[in-house]
Design a protein around this ligand. Structure first.
Ligand SMILES: [Zn+2]
Length: 265
């Protein structure tokens, strides 16, 4: 009998601790905000991050950061001004943010990605993503004038969208794919000051900031539009998706958008 009560007590204690941890981890997740990257995590948040970032925990993703440019000034700039730990935290907050904005609420809505790897490479350009690997240019980091931490955070949000977004089985316009990535970056308040202003641009699928601003307009017509468009992109692509979701052809929506801002160039 004595042994039995010890087991019961142990189980009760274990259960209580488990529920406390569970409620706290939900709390940590719920309070994740756009400003996540500006606050340093408390010890317990770090502990919980480790507790739930293991591959066995359903829906959690592992992140690795490998700086392959340490022999260059750009690689050293990444190490000193951004750092692997900050980059990992940013990759994680990007994933959480993307799941929320694109409404990928259940594991069944998402790609089956267990691990995302960031490489800092000695290369030209800014960054690219393929096969759940994000490649960031060390030269870009080293040469950037301004708030490099904020800029790279925005770049990582953009690239992480490529990890999670659907692409219409390869049939979606490249400009739309890049526009959705920059739309998420915009919503995360990481839009750089050199971006076009709302209403600027020549066509709806010009890509990047132009398309991001247009999608932002479309999303004001119907909340969750971008999330629903991305869901439709899981199986294929047709311009009719705009009619389906907003009741107007995309060219008409673009004309409305341009008119709203006085048809600026
Ligand atoms: Zn891109």
């Amino acid at each position: 009998m004595k042994d039995y009560s010890v087991v019961v007590a142990f189980n009760a204690a274990f259960f209580t601790i488990f529920m406390l941890l569970l409620s706290y981890s939900n709390y940590v997740e719920a309070r994740k905000s756009l400003r996540d990257q500006y606050s340093s995590p408390s010890f317990i948040a770090l502990f919980i991050n480790r507790a739930y970032s293991g591959p066995s925990h359903k829906g959690r993703v592992q992140y690795t950061v490998t700086n392959k440019a340490l022999s260059t000034s750009g690689g050293v700039a990444f190490r000193d001004k951004i750092g692997a730990e900050y980059a990992k935290r940013t990759l994680d907050s990007a994933t959480q943010f993307i799941w929320r904005v694109l409404q990928l609420n259940n594991p069944g809505d998402r790609k089956n990605v267990q691990k995302v790897s960031l490489y800092v490479d000695d290369m030209d350009g800014v960054a690219y993503t393929s096969n759940d690997e994000i490649h960031l240019s060390g030269r870009y980091v080293g040469n950037y004038k301004g708030d490099v931490k904020r800029e790279i955070s925005g770049v990582l949000y953009h690239e992480m969208v490529h990890v999670w977004q659907w692409n219409g089985n390869g049939g979606a316009p490249g400009g739309l794919i890049e526009g959705i990535a920059d739309y998420v970056r915009l919503k995360a308040n990481y839009a750089p000051s050199h971006w076009v202003k709302p209403g600027q641009g020549q066509k709806w699928d010009q890509g990047y900031d132009v398309t991001a601003r247009f999608l932002d307009y479309c999303n004001t017509l119907k909340g969750g539009f971008v999330a629903q468009l991305n869901k439709l992109l899981r199986t294929g692509y047709t311009d009719q998706y705009f009619v389906q979701l907003l009741g107007k052809p995309v060219d008409q929506l673009w004309r409305d958008y341009k008119a709203k801002y006085g048809n600026i160039a």
